[in-house]
Design a protein around this ligand. Structure first.
Ligand code: NAD
Length: 558
C-alpha cells in the first residue's frame, strides 16, 4: 500500500501477498485505492473518480479509516459504509459480504440537488455516482465495450456494416465519455469530440482513446471531414463549449458544408454544477458553482437547452441522434427547451434486447497487477465462448487497443448462465497458479437487473414500470444473500439526484473452494435478476431466456 498524508497519492498494492485478513477485505481495499489512483481517477486530489463529482470516500480521514478497518477486519465481519464514511463493523459470517455500502440515498421528497448539496456541505453524505463509491471503477475501459457495441448498433440502424464513411459529433471526453472516440474508430468511423477542459482531451490522447486534439474548430472539422470522405477511422478532439460548438457545426451542416451522420453527448449534464454554461470562463467554473449554485444551475440548464436544441436540429436535418445516458434531455427541458425528448435514450434505442438476456458490462481486475494475467483470462473467455463472434472480436480488439489504467482489467458483455462460467474458470486458474494473483469480478451498476433509472436504463419499459425501484433493491439483497464480497446501493448515479436507484456487487476469485461456491451463485443470480425484471415487464425474449436457461419465475406463464 502506498498512501502518504502529504502528497495523497494513492496506488493499490500489487501481488499475491495480502495485509488484510481475507481476500474479500484485501480486494475491497485495493479496489478503493485503485479507484483513486491518479491513472484511474479524473480528480483524485478531491477523491473524485469520474461522473462529475462521483467520489470513492467522503474525506481523506474517512478514506484512511476505511483502509485501516479493512486491514483489521476478521473474515467473519462486515464493515458498513454510509456515503463514503465507515460507520460500523458487525459480526456476520464467512458467506456475508465484507463490506456493505449505501451512497447518496435520500428520502423521496428530499431527493433534490439543492437538498443533497446542503447535506453534503454539512458533511453528512457524498455523491457516489455508480462505480466510484462502490470501488469497481476501472478507468475509461469500463465503458468502452458498451460504447463500442452501442456505436455498432447505431451503424446497424443506419443500414451499415460499420461506421466507415460516417461522421459522429459528440461532447464530453471525461472518465466515461472519453471512451467515445475510441469506440467510434474501432467501428471504423470519424468523430469530433468537444470538451471545455483541454486537460481531459490531452489525457485521452495520452491513454490512446483519442487520436489528436486542437483548439481550432475549423482545423478539427477539416480533419474529420477528410477522414469521412476517405472512409478512414479518425478521432479528433476540439476544446470548446458543446452548447456553442454543436450549434456552430449544425449551421455548417445546414449550409451543406459538411454532413454529420450521428450526434450524441456525454458531458456531465446529470449534475448542472458539473456542466460549464456558456459565458462562464473555464478558470472560474468551480468558484462560480460554489458561490451561487442556484444561479449556476439556471445558467447551465439554459446552455443545455441550446445544446439539445442543436441536437434536435441535427435530427430534423436527418442525423441519427440519441441521448447517451447523462440526463441532458431532462435538464434542457428544465432550461426551457420543450422539444428535448424528441430523440430517444440509448437503452430503448439499442441496448434493451441485451438486457432481456441478462447481458451487461461484466468486468474483472487482476490484483497481481500483471497484464499477463488479463491476457490469459482473455484467452480463457474466448475458449469458453468460441461461437460468440462479437465477443471474440471485442476481446481481440481490446487486447490490442486498450491501455490499462491502474490495475490491469477487462470488460466484456456476458449474460445469464454465462458470467458464472467465466468466474469459475478464473478461480480455477488462480488455484492452479496459472494466474499470479486473485481476480476481482464485478460490473457496472448500469446492468440489466440492478437499476431503476427512467431517463436511462429503464426508459420506456414495455409495461410502464420505468420508475419502480424495487428491482435494484432486490438485486442488492440477493447478491448479499448469495456470497458477494461487497454490495452497494446508490441513488442518483448517471442521471443525477432524484432520478435513479441502483446497486452493485463484486466477488473475488481467490482460488478457494469457498470462492467457487460464492462465484457460482452470485454470477448466476445477479444477471438472473435482469432476466426476471424483463420477464416481469413482458419482454418475450426474456421469457424465452427464462424457459431455455431454467430461471424460476413463479408467474412466468400468468
Ligand atoms: P466526467 O465528469 O468525467 O466528464 C465530463 C466531461 O464533460 C468533462 O471532461 C467536462 O470538462 C466536460 N464538460 C462539462 N461541461 C461541458 C460543456 N458545456 N461543453 C463541453 N464539455 C463539457 O463524467 P463522465 O464519467 O465522463 O460521464 C459523463 C456523463 O455520461 C455523465 O452524465 C454520466 O452519468 C454519463 N454516463 C453515461 C454512461 C453510458 O453508458 N451512457 C456511462 C457512464 C456515464
Amino acid at each position: 500500500m502506498t498512501t502518504t498524508d502529504t502528497a495523497r497519492t494513492v496506488r493499490a498494492a500489487r501481488g499475491s501477498e495480502r495485509t488484510a485478513k481475507s481476500w474479500g477485505a484485501e480486494a475491497a481495499k485495493r479496489m478503493l485505492m485503485n479507484n483513486l489512483d491518479p491513472e484511474v481517477a479524473e480528480h483524485p486530489e478531491d477523491l473524485v473518480v469520474y461522473g462529475g463529482t462521483g467520489k470513492a470516500a467522503r474525506s481523506w480521514e474517512a478514506f484512511d479509516a476505511i483502509v485501516r478497518t479493512l486491514d483489521e477486519l476478521e473474515p467473519d465481519e462486515t464493515l458498513l459504509v454510509q456515503s463514503g464514511k465507515p460507520v460500523g463493523v458487525f459480526r456476520t459470517h464467512e458467506w456475508a459480504p465484507r463490506v456493505l455500502i449505501a451512497n447518496s440515498n435520500l428520502v423521496g421528497d428530499w431527493a433534490t440537488w439543492p437538498e443533497f448539496r446542503k447535506l453534503e456541505q454539512l458533511g453528512l453524505t457524498m455523491y457516489g455516482q455508480m462505480t466510484a463509491g462502490s470501488w469497481i471503477y476501472i478507468g475509461t475501459q469500463g465503458i468502452l465495450q458498451g460504447t463500442y457495441e452501442t456505436f455498432a448498433a447505431v451503424a446497424g440502424s443506419l443500414g451499415r456494416d460499420d461506421l466507415s464513411g460516417t461522421l459522429t459529433l459528440t461532447g464530453g471526453a471525461g472518465g466515461m465519455g472519453g471512451a467515445q472516440p475510441l469506440a467510434v474508430t474501432l467501428n471504423g468511423g470519424a468523430v469530433l469530440i468537444v470538451d471545455v477542459d483541454e486537460s481531459r482531451l490531452a489525457r485521452r490522447v495520452e491513454h490512446g482513446y483519442l487520436d489528436e486534439y486542437t483548439t481550432d474548430l475549423d482545423a478539427a472539422l477539416a480533419r474529420v471531414v477528410a477522414a469521412k470522405a476517405a472512409g478512414k477511422a479518425l478521432s479528433v478532439g476540439v476544446v470548446g463549449n458543446a452548447a456553442e460548438v454543436f450549434g456552430d457545426v449544425l449551421a455548417r451542416h445546414r449550409a451543406g458544408e459538411l454532413t454529420v451522420d450521428i450526434v450524441t453527448d456525454q458531458t456531465s449534464a446529470h449534475d448542472p454544477l458539473a456542466y460549464l454554461p456558456v459565458g462562464i470562463a473555464f478558470e472560474d467554473w468551480k468558484a462560480e458553482a460554489s458561490r451561487d449554485p442556484e444561479g449556476f444551475t439556471a445558467r447551465a440548464r439554459g446552455s443545455m437547452a441550446k445544446h439539445v436544441a442543436a441536437m434536435v436540429g441535427f435530427q430534423d436535418a436527418g442525423a441519427e441522434v440519441f441521448d447517451y445516458g447523462n440526463s441532458i434531455r431532462a435538464e434542457a427541458q428544465l432550461g426551457g427547451f420543450d422539444r428535448a425528448f424528441e430523440f430517444p435514450g440509448f437503452v430503448p434505442a439499442y441496448i434493451r434486447p441485451q438486457f432481456a438476456e441478462g447481458r451487461g458490462p461484466f468486468r474483472w481486475v487482476a490484483l497481481s497487477g500483471d497484464p499477463e494475467d488479463i491476457r490469459k483470462t482473455d484467452e480463457a473467455v474466448k475458449a469458453l465462448f468460441p461461437d460468440n463472434a462479437g465477443l471474440v472480436r471485442w476481446l481481440d480488439k481490446a487486447g490490442d487497443a486498450v491501455h490499462f489504467e491502474g490495475l490491469p482489467a477487462r470488460i466484456c458483455w456476458l449474460g445469464y448462465q454465462e458470467r458464472h462460467l467465466a468466474g469459475l474458470k478464473f478461480n480455477e486458474m488462480v488455484a492452479s497458479g496459472e494466474l499470479s494473483g486473485p481476480i476481482v469480478i464485478g460490473r457496472d451498476h448500469l446492468d440489466s437487473g440492478s437499476v431503476a433509472s427512467p431517463y436511462r436504463e429503464t426508459e420506456a419499459m414495455a409495461d410502464g414500470s420505468d420508475a419502480i425501484a424495487d428491482w435494484p433493491l432486490l438485486n442488492a439483497l440477493l447478491n448479499t444473500a448469495s456470497g458477494a464480497a461487497w454490495v452497494s446501493i446508490h441513488h442518483g448515479g448517471g442521471v443525477g439526484i432524484g432520478r435513479s436507484i441502483h446497486a452493485g456487487q463484486v466477488t473475488v476469485a481467490d482460488g478457494t473452494a469457498l470462492a467457487a461456491e460464492k462465484l457460482e451463485r452470485v454470477l448466476t443470480n445477479d444477471p438472473g435478476t435482469g432476466v426476471m425484471r424483463h420477464v416481469d415487464a413482458g419482454y418475450d425474449r426474456a421469457k424465452e431466456v427464462a424457459r431455455e436457461r431454467g430461471l424460476q419465475v413463479p408467474m412466468l406463464d400468468a
